[in-house]
Design a protein around this ligand. Structure first.
Ligand code: ZN
Ligand code: ZN
Length: 250
């Protein structure tokens, strides 16, 4: 093959909210043109097994959007599996402001491995992120979102490819002002808005209409919620769905 048009895609492992388990915890992997995994985004309960079923390997790189357990809890499982499978330390990209939280929530368990000889961080290469990082030939930009305390949750953006909102209320200041216009926007959205998450009524009020056809909704309660979101005219991700991202010359 001489054509090198680097068609990336993104696969969802789960698309659910933290309160219900039927859709799996929201997590996704950016894949290259051959569907090799490049970067796992979030790692809640069940994500490691879903990733291994999909790719028959552990992730080589993980990005964490924020510290809620439905997005980080499986890092404990990943730490142990990485040790037992003797893989090199997994690149763990963490927004700078989340490192202390992540350490407190996951790395302080006494005796992570009953046999001893392992602490959480030995399985990872911690890569603190201020506002962007480079990996797999791409530049990943972070944007602070609106989810609980300021500076505690971040969207992930590859210009021209995608924005992955993470958990958030609407973020028009990012979508309307920081994107190139080509991106697919993977966006938190349930049926009902609440102080922590986006809901259906928010979308039309907060976003310019020409953006909404680029949206893919995720982080909703269950299959019934997905049906309601689709009936409202939106594209909705389900577990194992793959979304091809805009072509980039390379
Ligand atoms: Zn969540
Ligand atoms: Zn959250």
């Amino acid at each position: 093959m001489t054509l090198k048009s680097a068609q990336y895609s993104l696969i969802f492992h789960g698309t659910g909210s933290g309160g219900e388990l039927s859709m799996g915890c929201s997590a996704a992997t950016l894949m290259d043109a051959k569907h090799n995994p490049l970067l796992l985004i979030d790692c809640g309960p069940g994500t490691v097994s879903a990733f291994q079923q999909q790719f028959n390997q552990l992730p080589a790189a993980v990005f964490i959007t924020h510290g809620h357990m439905d997005h980080i809890a499986d890092l404990e499982i990943l730490a142990v599996r990485a040790h037992l499978q003797k893989v090199p330390p997994i690149r763990l990209y963490v927004p700078l402001s989340l490192i202390g939280l992540l350490h407190q929530r996951l790395a302080t368990y006494p005796g992570l491995l009953a046999e001893g000889g392992l602490d959480f961080w030995q399985s990872f290469q911690l890569l603190p992120v201020t506002d962007h990082f480079h990996w797999a030939g791409l530049t990943f930009q972070l944007w602070p979102t609106r989810h609980h305390a300021p500076g505690s949750s971040f969207a992930l953006h590859v210009p021209g490819l995608f924005l992955y909102s993470g958990d958030t209320r609407p973020i028009p200041e990012i979508v309307h002002h920081q994107l190139s216009g080509q991106e697919v926007v993977f966006h938190d959205c349930g049926v009902e808005p609440n102080p922590s998450h986006t809901g259906l009524a928010d979308l039309a009020r907060e976003y310019q209409p020409n953006w909404l056809h680029r949206f893919v909704l995720y982080h909703y309660a269950n299959a019934e919620a997905a049906t309601l979101l689709r009936q409202a005219g939106y594209t909705v991700a389900a577990p194992k769905d793959i979304f091809t991202l805009p072509a980039r010359g390379a």
